[in-house]
Write a protein that binds this ligand. Sequence first.
Ligand code: GLC
Length: 483
Amino acid sequence: MRILSVSSECEPFSKTGGLAEVCRDLPLALARRGHDVRVLTPWYPQVPSSLGAREVSRHRCDFGGPKPFALGEAPFGAVRAFFIRSPLIPGLSEDERTASTDRYGKTREHERFWFFCSAAAALLDDWDWSPQVVLCHDYWSALLLPMLAPRPRRSRLVLVVHNAHLQGSFDSSKLPARLRDTGEGALPRVGSRRGRLLNFLRRGAMAADLLVAVSPTYAKELLTEERGEGLQDVFRARRRRLFGVLNGIDTERFDPATDPLIAARFDSRALPARASNKRALQRLAGLPEADVPLLAMVSRLDPQKGFLLLFRTLAPLLSQGVQLAICGDGYPWVRKLLEQLARQSSRQLSYLPFAKERETLYYAGADIFLMPSWWEPCGLGQMKAMRYGAVPLVRETGGLADTVEDYRPRTGTGFIFGELDPWALYTAVLRALATYQRPSEWRRLQRAAMRRDFSWRRAAQRYEELLMPLVRPPSGRGSRLDR
Ligand code: GLC
């Protein structure tokens, strides 16, 4: 299959969160299965020049008049990576991104990704390569789907939903009903009032031939009032085309047996080696090297990730004598609060900003990995933590519910709580701490967690099963594309 994956970020070229990891790993995994895969993302000024992106051609698109843009390409393993460069897509600003719900800068995010989608559509006209399947990831690239839908001999259109909460530079759920985009009718003019309130994700979902949520539970949640984010009508109307495929993780990079970034390498047969990693993490985090349970979080600092719950549970939690090490970037108010709390309880609580070089030491050194998310479409942290033998403690939502099995004596891979309530989180911690006191049971839990298969091989195979019939219907008559 010829597959084009279009996204707002793709590691190693750009990254603000898990989206970038999936937009790297999924295309690579599909290419490994023999498909002809290309990725297309913005060429932010922050794309490191060491990655070798160079301009390959120039084009124009219609965006309230003709607008030029450049196409870049960089080496990217078996996948071809392309970039769209234009002054209309300014940088990925750290400060801006953390200051608002717009991941790529507060100002005019809507407009820049509308432009990005227009440029992608124009590129598909100019290219001598035509994808059989176009995968768009989340709202930022979703508008490409309605742009492609009316075309003759068009590609099959797929929307991958990583987080339906983000739908544009406005909170759609807070708009009065009369201002909300119904998704019906032609796209409004760029810069018009209706244009500013255009709901990319709704339009993308309506135009898609297939919808993929990043976990089976999230696919079900999208149909509900609570988690459908105001789009549940669209998801319900298309429920027969909506599937959930659990993301994978890069099991080669995240491998405790070979990871050069941790203090001591280990596997499930040599768990005592984790003790050196625990001490190294305590040192890194500035915590005393004490023999107490060490809890960790590696997370975007976002209310989505359960920080409100954590803040309300913190005092009783710390009174249990545990240590908690947190690492991540995100909303400045969450960071400031964490810094302040860490100063107050410096022997038990630590906060450090995210850095790739230290990420895996948190998984390798922690006893318990905390992810009390409010909602979590998939979540990658719990899978990585499990691979390194940190026992996950998660809320029962989205991909967390699909990846962690609650502890029952002799079965399970972690600890789960259901209610969005500080007491529910706290009692789950107590259960985990009680189990931690029983070393043989704890080791069994760690091994069970480490044995779970979170490889992309499994996930890519599932994508393939869903995409193949779109391109070649089982009737054998061939798809519209082949004619
Ligand atoms: C979004 C979701 C997260 C998911 C990631 C990759 O960031 O919030 O749950 O793991 O996308 O799909």
